[in-house]
Design a protein around this ligand. Sequence first.
Ligand SMILES: Cc1ncc(COP(=O)(O)O)c(C=O)c1O
Length: 206
Amino acid sequence: MSAAAAAASAQLLVSDLLVCYWLWCVQLFRPKILICGASAYPRDFDYVRLRKVADAVGAFLMCDMAHVSGLVAAGELKSPFEHCHIVTTTTHKSLRGPRAGMIFFRRDPPKGAKGSDGKELERFNFEARINDSVFPSLQGGPHNNTIAAIAVQLKEVDTKEFKDYAKQVIANAQQLVSHSLPSTPIHSPRPLLIVSAHVLTSSSPL
Ligand SMILES: Cc1ncc(COP(=O)(O)O)c(C=O)c1O
């Protein structure tokens, strides 16, 4: 086995061990909400598995897809929407819009939620709680110019040019990572590089 393949296998083993530890923690602490998403994670998320873990302890699943929302919108990464109760994103990272944020939540309770005493259904009433906590709790008046800019950007996201850009982001990340861990598959735009092992200059061929 080459050194690069051994390094990639070791990395996978560590990530599997972390998942096992994480599952154990969830069973132990039984949180009310599980949050997935990252600033720097070189793989895609397994939302189906995360949702199963959340359901097992009666927790909500929330995804903060801030860094990758543009790639999700372009279909380059898996979508969290089918599996998460709440999805949040900033709009100024890979979505390429103005500095702002968006919160998505489900309006309908999931299939099978019991509503006999109303309590179970009330748990899934995200709309009032999220809206009230944003305004008046956290935010002042609307920034109409930013809201308009988000609308323009979302229209741009729905174009071939944007989809090509998202593909190129992934290709650039793959190219970068091939320099560091040649056998590691990369699915996200945030390769974690150990740059101390390389001497990279602006003229180094990647
Ligand atoms: C996962 C994640 N969510 C949200 C944010 C918030 O972004 P900002 O500080 O640009 O508003 C960051 C910032 O890097 C982030 O990494």
